[in-house]
Design a protein around this ligand. Structure first.
Ligand code: DGL
Length: 276
């Protein structure tokens, strides 16, 4: 069996993760799925994010994927554990689903010098407390403050992230989190859409504050995972391709994805509620 690796996000944000994964591990085949018709997930309830994420994972499994990466913090925070513990054993214990929170948290102690870290994420990621809980387990000496930035994903999804209107929302949340803890020296972009706002964020960032994007960390973690799991790695097809699927219009996806990936792509529309 030779199958692609599945990469899932609520929308376009996961493309920032895909890009880094393909840079580090170009030989594999990838299948990207964006649930654009139902994005953003950030303000949705636990039950709905879980239900949508499970549908996406099952769809990727039906395409043959044995390994799926949730390239979405909101889905990783609200759905990953239940899918891993409850659903996977019932669906197929040979399949794997991984998220983006753990690979980020594992590296946090190497990045912060003050041991005071700020998490910027969606409402869903912040209210789940996944970051403080996971950081607390691995590095109890690290202080964590969080700030939900509910307007940032809509700005990116609507291609407004580099326009002047974005400045207000970017400055507001950077100021807020740095006021919550003045010893913060590291801010984590804990949403895969946020790297698109990085240029603007840096404009409002005082000197000496580090900004952490997850793409490279997740890519390195995946490479390491495949090295440690030859039974999964040997089943990954290796033609260096990537196919794109969206629940919205394929033309809309392709034109927005071109901004994220700085290159042309073709996409196909799918319906996740259709179990066929
Ligand atoms: N890119 C996502 C994340 O990392 C999802 C954002 C959303 O759909 O609100 O959280």
């Amino acid at each position: 069996m030779n199958v692609p690796i599945g990469i899932f996000d609520s929308g376009y944000g996961g493309l920032t993760i895909l890009e880094q994964i393909r840079k580090l591990s170009p030989k594999y085949d990838y299948l990207y799925l964006g649930d654009n018709a139902r994005a953003p997930y950030g303000n949705r309830s636990f039950e709905v994010v879980y239900e949508f994420t499970l549908q996406a994972v099952q769809w990727l499994f039906r395409q043959g994927c044995r390994l799926v990466i949730l390239a979405c913090n909101t889905a990783s925070a609200k759905a990953l554990r239940t899918i891993q513990q409850k659903d996977l054993p019932a669906i197929d214990s040979g399949r794997r689903v991984l998220g983006v929170i753990r690979p980020t948290v594992e590296n946090i102690n190497k990045i912060t010098g003050s041991f005071h870290v700020g998490i910027l994420g969606t409402q869903g990621t912040v209210t789940s407390h996944s970051y403080p809980l996971e950081i607390g387990k691995l590095f109890p000496a690290v202080f964590v403050e969080s700030e939900a930035c509910p307007m940032w994903v809509p700005l990116v999804e609507n291609n407004e992230h580099d326009k002047p209107g974005a400045d207000y929302f970017v400055k507001q949340h950077i100021d807020n989190i740095l006021k919550k803890d003045t010893l913060i020296d590291t801010l984590v972009l804990a949403c895969t859409h946020y790297p698109l706002l990085e240029k603007k964020i840096r404009e409002y960032l005082p000197e000496g504050i580090r900004l952490v994007s997850q793409g490279k960390l997740v890519a390195e973690s995946l490479e390491d995972y495949l090295r440690r799991h030859p039974e999964i790695e040997s089943e990954c097809s290796k033609n260096g391709t990537c196919r794109f699927y969206t629940t919205e219009s394929e033309a809309k996806f392709a034109s927005m994805a071109a901004l994220f990936l700085k290159g042309e792509i073709e996409a196909e529309r799918v319906n996740l509620e259709d179990a066929g």
